[in-house]
Design a protein around this ligand. Structure first.
Ligand code: NAD
Length: 257
């Protein structure tokens, strides 16, 4: 097992990437703190882990709130004794996030508070815990849209994810000699609630798929496997990376017919 005796905290672990990663990390031997704002979804992730013989707790945490982030890290240390892996994964894609002319300030502020400030708060309270544990791995979920411009505008989301990439690189450099690795995960378009709610017609889905060389949306479980690599000692020489898992989108100029 690749995460034996490790303790992992995963934000947004009630659904999508976070949920699949929590289930996988638990199967690989980690004790998992499931953090989310959706109590029933978070508790279901925990119940499924426990039913499969794993260890997990649910901690309601809004990542845009400093006190919640401090408390979720404290819950990891109080319940499982330490923190080894911090997966700052929670994020939103607001339905009214559009171009610079049409997007409301409130949509911008909410997106930044969760997607960008939430990662900062996770690190602000999580990195001291990783140091107390003698080191560890931080994984921050960004997106392929932080690397490529999209004709489907979502200005606040894209800007927030660009911030995650820049912040991750600096964190990686600052903490490299403390045995703490910090990487960003850049998923391509996935078949999760977040994107399927945004691309809410067949035409919008097909418009996006035109750009994916593999011709399909990814699965959350495929991102979970990449997160496992970044969390485990298999990636011991990887830090400051933009780890892209995108079905080939960022490699493509023209996609095959
Ligand atoms: P999802 O909507 O399936 O799950 C996100 C989870 O985060 C939900 O359980 C939700 O309740 C939780 N959440 C929302 N706001 C929160 C908050 N303030 N505090 C704590 N938890 C909160 O989404 P997903 O597709 O699994 O996305 C996870 C991450 O991956 C996000 O950061 C997203 O931006 C990123 N991402 C997704 C895609 C995609 O195509 N789905 C692509 C690239 C990047």
């Amino acid at each position: 097992m690749r995460l034996n005796d490790k303790v992992a905290l995963i934000t947004g672990a009630g659904n999508g990437i976070g949920r699949e990663t929590a289930l996988l990390f638990a199967r690989e031997g980690a004790a998992v703190v499931v953090a989310d704002v959706n109590d029933s979804a978070g508790e279901k992730t925990v119940a499924d882990i426990v039913a499969a013989g794993g260890r997990a707790i649910y901690k309601r945490s809004d990542v845009s709130k400093a006190a919640d982030c401090e408390a979720m890290v404290a819950a990891a240390e109080q319940t499982f004794g330490k923190l080894n892996v911090l997966f700052n994964n929670a994020g939103i894609m607001h339905g009214d996030d559009d171009n610079a002319m049409t997007t409301e300030e409130s949509v911008w502020d909410l997106t930044m508070a969760i997607n960008l400030k939430g990662v900062f708060f996770g690190c602000k309270y999580g990195i001291p815990a990783l140091k107390r544990a003698g080191g560890g791995s931080v994984i921050n979920t960004a997106s392929f849209v932080a690397l490529l411009g999209a004709a489907t505008p979502q200005i606040a989301y894209t800007a927030s994810k660009g911030g995650v990439l820049a912040m991750t690189r600096e964190l990686a450099v600052i903490h490299a000699r403390e045995n703490i690795r910090v990487n960003s995960l850049c998923p391509g378009p996935l078949k999760t609630e977040l994107l399927m709610n945004f691309l809410n017609t067949e035409a919008k889905k097909q418009r996006r798929l035109v750009h994916v060389p593999m011709g399909r949306f990814g699965e959350a479980s495929e991102i979970a496997k990449a997160a496992l690599f970044l969390a485990s000692d298999d990636s011991s020489y990887v830090t400051g990376a933009d780890f892209v898992v995108d079905g080939g989108i960022t490699a493509a100029y023209v996609t095959p017919e």
